[in-house]
Write a protein that binds this ligand. Sequence first.
Ligand code: ADP
Ligand code: MG
Ligand code: ZN
Length: 409
Amino acid sequence: MQYSKSFIFTVREDPKVAECVSHKLLLKGSFLYMVSSGIYSYLPLGLRVLENVSNIIRKHMNASGAQEILMSALQPIEIWQKTGRDEVLSEVMLRFKDRKNRTLVLGPTHEEEVTEIVKKHISSYKQLPRILYQIQTKFRDEARPRFGVVRSCEFIMKDAYSFDVDEEGLARNYEAMRSAYQAIFKECGLNFIMTEAESGAMGGNVSHEFMVPAEIGEDMLCECQKCGKHFKDMSNCPECDSKLNERRMIEIGHVFKLGTKYSKAQEALFIDKDGVRKPVIMGCYGIGVSRVLAAIVETNYDDKGVIWPKSVSPFDVQFVCLDEKLIPEASSMVESLERNGFNVLFDERSEPAGVKFNDAYLLGNPYIVIIGKNYASSKKIDLEIRKTRQKTSLSEEELINFLKNEYGK
Ligand SMILES: Nc1ncnc2c1ncn2[C@@H]1O[C@H](COP(=O)(O)OP(=O)(O)O)[C@@H](O)[C@H]1O
Ligand SMILES: [Mg+2]
Ligand SMILES: [Zn+2]
């Protein structure tokens, strides 16, 4: 991608509306566009990161036997009345009437809808177990949308739902999801903590939350001063009786054992081996995909900008050409990097070097390659590692070998 033709328009000043680091950097770097408070559009750079995170999620979900679907955002109010959650969630639910006078909801979550889908298609134990998931936009009329995409009114969630004949099956799927989550967050470069949690409006009783420690976190966890274990509400660590410190956390994922709460209320029944009709046993598993993006930034930045982990960065390499005369050589190197499977943002703009470096640091792609005046004599280019700011001078061949090694290609 040539920078001069891209839809990347960074800004120098810190946006006045920015409430935290991720909000500020994502706006400054033109990853996001703020439509209104709590409402955001993703520009090309932000969408690339979102797609990378989504694909990591897909890979691990598919590997654990889950199948992807895409449910509607518009839902009839009637399915919510079956479970009584039209009242429980009435404050966050955006509802309106269409021209036929139907009351519709913009789905804040999808337990009800997925239960209807399963009710329609599953009738026998032979069709179970199954896991369905989607990556889709949720709508919640949040009381306090805050911190950009950390808490917004329209956000992207990965929600998965498991369906089993018995508790043992549910326990197996719950474990499969839990370990998929660990693999997902690790691959996204997040330092996360898994904790036991209350299940709130979802019902059921067993649940775990995945948290990332961060200053702006809206959740609080107690951390044992001695063993480092985390708990929700306690005064001393039950395991070593040491004192607990409070730490702020961002919740990025949440897994629940739902049991039969929804299947009973909506009559999603199956005929078991013994010929008896029983409610399907369910679990649900959510990841705030857009919030993950913010959590990655909140924990990976410096005074110059974002430092994306390799696995999710918009580009692998930002290739900075400092001399217009060298554009042919630079272009050929960019092509050769692309042939080797690397995504390159080629900064061939006629801007001062300082502007190009500022943008490279702000955008936070993991490797910055610089071609400048001394290339003519030395045939060497500079490689700067965004995270450590470490610089090395190398040949084109050495650069490609280095990157292949870094990316395991
Ligand atoms: N308003 C929001 N903005 C961005 N992400 C959200 C929002 N609400 C929830 N999420 C993300 O979706 C995941 C699943 O949502 P859920 O646990 O149902 O929400 P909550 O914890 O608010 O009840 C959460 O772990 C969080 O990462
Ligand atoms: Mg939650
Ligand atoms: Zn302890």
